[in-house]
Design a protein around this ligand. Structure first.
Ligand SMILES: *Cc1c(COP(=O)(O)O)cnc(C)c1O
Length: 352
């Protein structure tokens, strides 16, 4: 606390990211990073622009990246908004769409950045409790609201809503914006992007951090009706014209273009997830059905917090949330096959 802080700075309750410890080498299964490196074409593209051109500002509109995404997804370019990671896209979206006075709705167990943004921007919200099995209760999103945000698949549970379920929610909500945060959609789900033509209040948010192995480059984007995108650009251009730097723009273009690499690595992760799920179930773990690059697990007799601490002693980091309803679960990111074999070995020893 400092007397120099604004009321805003004093009043916020910041998000706490997963640890990035530097004391020793860990197997990092705690922040849903991709175990595979970015496409070699991405690294080449970044090296190519790491030259004198850095003295110049980047393209404030990111036109080439927008063109690449538009072509890839079969959308018009003015239906795409770019941001410095999807966290930034989400922050701009909260500012652009949510202030009707009605509370916005999101699940009680979900991405913990949503309540942080709501508090920062003074937006009322109402938590929709997940069912006992952690499924999202779709009909609870039919009540009056000032907007909706849902991650699909949800985090940290990994549970997935079908396109039909998303459409149900849209059919009951046309007065305010519905945001579907698809950070993990590439690991087995079907994107709601297909519904953009039909629902002018649908915003679908993606990131290159997870499925494109580029958490360190900070690139996210949103897809939606051009009027929504125009609103986002108004806010963004009132804040920072150059949210994406030259290296990020160049790398992101190649990440989208290298479809073959993307297909191989994302399929690999889904396969590893299924194998690890089976092995954990054999050991007695409850594993929620996941379509993400992580699993949410609980053991009937060994407490999650104890597992978390013992895994850390074995130099394996997973994510533990000391929060109501989920304090006996661990979120485990899917690493490479080698990393997961080490994880399985360690966890087998701990529960024995
Ligand atoms: C990881 C994540 C994001 C943010 O990703 P960026 O790295 O900021 O692009 C957004 N939403 C959810 C649900 C996530 O898990």
């Amino acid at each position: 606390m400092s007397k120099y802080w604004s009321k805003l700075a004093a009043g916020v309750d910041p998000y706490v990211p997963g640890e990035q410890p530097k004391d020793k080498k860990y197997i990092k299964l705690n922040t849903n990073e991709n175990p595979y490196p970015p496409s070699p074409r991405v690294l080449e593209a970044i090296k190519t622009v790491a030259n004198e051109s850095l003295k110049l500002y980047p393209d404030p509109n990111g036109d080439e990246l927008k063109r690449t995404l538009a072509e890839y997804f079969g959308l018009k370019k003015d239906r795409i908004f770019l941001g410095n990671g999807s966290d930034e896209v989400l922050a701009f979206s909260f500012m652009t769409f949510f202030d009707s006075g009605f509370p916005i709705l999101f699940p009680d167990i979900t991405y913990s950045f949503y309540p942080v943004y709501a508090n920062l921007f003074k937006i009322n919200y109402e938590l929709i409790p997940l069912n006992d099995d952690f499924a999202i209760p779709v009909d609870q999103f039919f009540k009056p609201n000032g907007g909706i945000i849902i991650p699909n698949p949800n985090a940290p549970t990994g549970e997935y809503l079908t396109l039909e379920a998303i459409e149900e929610i849209l059919l009951h909500n046309n007065e305010h914006v519905v945001i579907i945060d698809e950070a993990y959609i590439d690991f087995g789900g079907e994107s709601a992007r297909k519904l953009i033509d039909k629902y002018p209040n649908l915003l679908v948010v993606h990131t290159l951090s997870k499925s494109r192995s580029l958490a360190g480059l900070r690139v996210g984007f949103a897809m939606g009706h051009e009027d929504l995108i125009e609103g986002l650009n108004r806010v963004k251009n009132s804040f920072n014209s150059y949210t994406l730097d030259r290296l990020a723009l160049a790398g992101a273009v190649e990440a989208i273009k290298d479809e073959a690499y993307f297909q191989v690595t994302s399929k690999k992760i889904s396969q590893t997830r299924e194998r690890v799920t089976q092995d954990l179930q054999i050991m007695g773990f409850k594993v929620l059905p996941s379509k993400a690059n992580f699993i949410f697990i609980s053991h009937p007799s060994v407490k999650a917090e104890e597992l978390f601490l013992k895994l850390k002693e074995e130099s394996i980091l997973v994510r533990y949330f000391k929060k109501p309803r989920i304090d006996n679960f661990l979120r485990v990111s899917i690493g490479s096959d080698d990393e997961m074999d080490n994880f399985l070995k360690a966890i087998c020893k701990i529960i024995a």
